[in-house]
Write a protein that binds this ligand. Structure first.
Ligand code: CA
Length: 558
């Protein structure tokens, strides 16, 4: 009864707060947590981190394993440490506290090796750092500083193709040019010929002439990206040496580019390649991580889990037509979303019981989430909230946390400079030179969003905080609470290591009331929640959870 009175009192305070525009920091530190007797206690740290108010805070419970919260960085556009306008490794190091403070404990760096292109997905030298980005010593420093902060570092390892300017390709081409007409290459004389797909016939439209010879080479993405022949034993030995080079330097994982293109649509071959490389890396570091790009639906992704490598990016959830953005804009129901989550669990685990899903909303190949959601802040937040409640290791593309914009289908426009500030140009990069000018974000720069507790950035922080308090979110086995999964309302439980939480979703535009009596959530109380703004609370009273529009609630039996 006492608890109920508190609820009524708090609901009244809440209503008054709303009417009087109660958003300022002095009032919102606690007290929004009606419905849970323990909730009014706010850990001491929130006194210094006023941005992390609202919701109910518990001790961090971060497990040191390969379930991580990843932040994807395009180094060129991230942070420039030396004033030349080009983002660099030292710039990433300078921003590690920003990344860590948001709640991330993993970073994926897009390619950092020497390359003739701005994006660097065509590698000239696999054992070096592109001069634009810095030096090997800078990289070692970055690794060290990451590890000091318990951040794991994953780098892009592009083995589907190299650059035409790679010494391997140059040597192979020169050798073939020197062959007499009709002669066959001798791999003893030039092993590099075996590294690529050379042919005397133009096998298809993706074969290009080796000038001054009777040979063609395959470049399935682009003429300047010759495909590597991953069946070649010499190349495999070379790739192992390269993997060792980076692992010895402290790299914690590889992001495998274009894994379904190693041999076009040859799942058996491609999964064997992933398994072979991952097995080797695991010998060097038993905790080694790998996440692969298989840009396909969930059934193909399932097939790739047969590689027994930990993670595949979950493309079924991603991009403008993926399930997260569709749910956030009201075109896909919460009930269907949790069903999809359960089916990933069933499908993926069948092929690899140790799989770690890798959900994401967008990456460097996709239009920004704020564009897909027509810059509606509540929907941008909702998308982030749905992502951050997913199983596995979520990947957040830099700038997503401030709702940055993109424009059209041009890749450069998806990789624009991180917007740190509108007043201070320190660290600001020029970004890709071919990007269109004048693409403006609808939302404030990072420095302003840090100070605004109701910003997208602080919403992300609250979501990440919930992940870091509740290891069940990433690791738990999902069971649907079927009777509560209706249209834009859904409920699941996640069980991990003998501990179970409930997650309630309201993705609708309306406040809803969810009666949890007689359900699997019945004995639970509110453990934390994610609302659009910090002056909105989720309450539990007499077995009924009241949820504001677009909110997510974590429940647990304490
Ligand atoms: Ca620079």
């Amino acid at each position: 009864m006492k608890k109920r009175l508190i609820c009524i009192f708090m609901a009244a305070v809440f209503a008054i707060c709303l009417l009087s525009g109660c958003g300022d920091k002095t009032d919102s530190g606690n007290g929004t947590s009606a419905g849970d007797a323990t909730a009014a206690q706010t850990p001491a740290e929130s006194e210094t981190q006023t941005v992390q108010t609202g919701g109910i805070w518990h001790e961090l419970n971060v497990i040191d394993d390969n379930y991580r919260n990843y932040y994807e960085i395009f180094v060129l556009s991230f942070y420039d440490s030396d004033g030349d306008g080009v983002g660099d490794l030292n710039g990433v190091t300078e921003k590690l506290d920003y990344i860590k403070d948001m709640g991330f404990n993993g970073i994926w760096l897009m390619p950092i090796m020497p390359s003739p292109t701005y994006h660097k997905y065509d590698v000239i030298d696999y054992c070096a750092i592109d001069k634009q980005y810095g030096t090997i010593d800078d990289f070692k420093k970055l690794v060290e500083e990451c590890h000091k902060r318990d951040i794991r570092l994953v780098i892009d390892f592009v083995i589907n193709h190299s650059s035409t300017k790679n010494e391997w390709f140059i040597q192979a081409k020169d050798y073939l040019k020197g062959l007499e007409a009709g002669a066959e290459p001798d791999l003893e004389e030039c092993p590099y010929v075996g590294y690529y797909h050379f042919s005397k016939t133009k096998e298809n439209g993706t074969y290009y002439k080796v000038g001054g010879s009777e040979w063609y080479y395959e470049g399935s993405f682009w003429s300047e990206m010759p495909d590597l022949n991953l069946a070649d034993e010499n190349l495999r030995k070379e790739l192992q040496d390269i993997a060792k080079y980076w692992i010895d330097m402290g790299v914690d994982g590889f992001r495998m580019d274009a894994a379904m293109h190693f041999e076009e649509s040859d799942v058996n071959f491609n999964t064997e390649v992933l398994n072979w490389l991952f097995s080797y890396c695991k010998e060097l570091n038993p905790d080694f991580y790998m996440v692969s790009e298989v840009w396909a639906g969930s059934s193909t992704i399932s097939d790739y889990y047969a590689s027994k490598t930990p993670s595949m990016f979950n493309f079924d959830l991603a991009d403008a037509e993926g399930k997260i953005i569709k749910a956030a804009r009201g075109k896909y129901s919460a009930a269907n979303l949790v069903k999809a989550m359960r089916s990933y669990q069933e499908e993926y685990a069948e092929h690899n019981p140790d799989y770690i899903d890798a959900p994401f909303i967008t990456n460097h190949d996709m239009g920004r989430v704020s564009n897909a959601l027509v810059k509606k802040e509540n929907n941008v937040k909702m998308a982030g909230g749905l992502l951050l409640m997913m199983n596995g290791s979520p990947f957040v593309y830099y700038g997503e946390e401030i709702g940055m914009a993109s424009s059209g289908s041009k890749d450069e426009n998806k990789r624009l400079p991180m917007i740190w500030s509108s007043k201070d140009t320190t660290g600001m990069t020029k970004g890709p030179s071919a990007a269109d000018k004048g693409i403006e974000s609808a939302f404030a720069p990072a420095d302003e969003q840090l100070e605004d507790e109701n910003s997208i950035l602080n919403y992300y922080k609250r979501g990440l905080r919930l992940r870091n308090e509740n290891p069940e979110i990433a690791r738990g086995k999902i069971t649907l609470v079927e009777e509560l999964c209706v249209e834009d309302q859904a409920a699941i439980t996640k069980e991990y290591d003998g501990s179970t939480i409930g997650i309630l979703y309201n993705i609708s535009e309306e406040e809803i009331q969810v009666d949890i009596k007689g359900t699997a959530l019945e004995e639970m109380s509110i453990r934390g929640y994610l609302t659009l703004n910090t002056d909105e609370a989720i309450t539990l009273s007499d077995g009924v959870v009241t949820m504001p529009a677009k909110s997510i609630c974590i429940l647990k039996q304490e």
